[in-house]
Design a protein around this ligand. Structure first.
Ligand code: NCD
Length: 307
């Protein structure tokens, strides 16, 4: 039985296969309408979510399966003091696969140890978010055609932004990648991510506080929200939240074929006027999330492997 806790749990070849399946789902959705008939997905969300939870639920429904779960810790037995591993052990008796989001780093791994069914990490604190990365990779492939030789700018809260950590890990496996890490000094990529996936692999990178200075070099610009809920004090959040705002003026300095990604939700970091720019790929990205999660559910449930 396989879980997805860290994006590195999947090989490059497996990601390639999932992208092929997701592409086939986009083109021939009717083939998959009963693929997960009688299967149940439980969504255990101890932290708020719109896209991730609903795209998981839509994914399972479009595969002909069913969904159950909760969308806040206060409506689960966590509010009575139940541990994550007990909750996982119980729910694994009710569902065939579980997607879990939790504010504590490592919680889905703890759950996996006690679960009889596959656990998917749908975001653990400021740590990792592998299914957002699958969404990001699927989008980059569809928009740019390849993962090779890209200069990828990551901008905003690179410290607490879990999507950034998983994306750096995933992109570090492709050749010709260059990272540009754009953040205020207080919100730099944590050293455990930087050493393991950038420095040790000898990947060229630069760190800057200025988006203007580097935007013209980028093939992909990955914007992120300053993660208010992970700040220790309101004052720091207020000081840093508007560090970067992507505007139509800044987009004029970018390449004609650069794409702008954002895991969403956006707060202020992308002006709404940018939405009409064809290079703004974030709404297409959100839509792609459902298809790649369908491919992931099929993979972990080993559906379609019978023949
Ligand atoms: C991200 C998350 O939850 O980490 N959102 C998402 O899953 N699409 C990014 C964020 O909340 O800023």
């Amino acid at each position: 039985m396989r879980h997805l806790i860290d994006i590195m749990d999947l090989s490059v070849a497996e990601i390639e296969d999932m992208i092929a399946v997701a592409t086939d789902i986009v083109e021939h959705p009717e083939k998959y309408r009963e693929a997960c008939k009688y299967k149940k997905l439980a969504t255990l969300f101890f932290e708020p979510s719109t896209r991730t939870r609903l795209s998981f639920e839509a994914a399972m429904l479009e595969l002909g399966g069913q969904v159950l779960g909760f969308s806040e810790a206060s409506s689960s037995s966590a509010s009575k003091g139940e541990s994550v591993s007990d909750t996982a052990a119980i729910v694994s008796g009710y569902a065939d696969i579980i997607a879990m989001r939790h504010p504590k780093e490592g919680a889905p791994r703890v759950a996996a140890a006690k679960s009889d069914v596959p656990i998917i990490n749908a975001g653990d604190g400021g740590h990792y978010h592998p299914t957002q990365t699958l969404t990001d990779l699927f989008t980059i492939r569809r928009e740019k055609g390849s993962f090779e030789n890209l200069t990828v700018g990551l901008c905003g809260d690179l410290k607490f932004g879990r999507t950034v950590h998983s994306l750096i890990a995933a992109m570090s496996r492709y050749s010709g990648i260059n990272f540009v890490l754009i953040s205020p000094p207080e919100l730099k990529v944590p050293s455990y991510v930087k050493s393991k996936y950038i420095k040790e692999k000898g990947i060229p990178y630069r760190q800057t506080t200025s988006l203007d200075e580097c935007i013209g070099d980028l093939d992909v610009l990955y914007m992120t929200r300053v993660q208010k809920e992970r700040f220790f004090n309101e004052e720091d959040y207020l000081r840093l939240r508007d560090s970067y705002i992507l505007t139509p003026e800044k987009m004029k300095m970018a390449k004609d074929d650069m794409i702008v990604l954002h895991p969403l939700p956006r707060v202020n970091e992308i002006a709404t006027e940018v939405d009409d720019d064809p290079r703004a790929a974030y709404f297409r990205q959100a839509k792609n999330g459902k298809f790649i999660r369908m491919a992931l559910i099929l993979k972990l449930l080993e559906v379609g492997n019978e023949n």
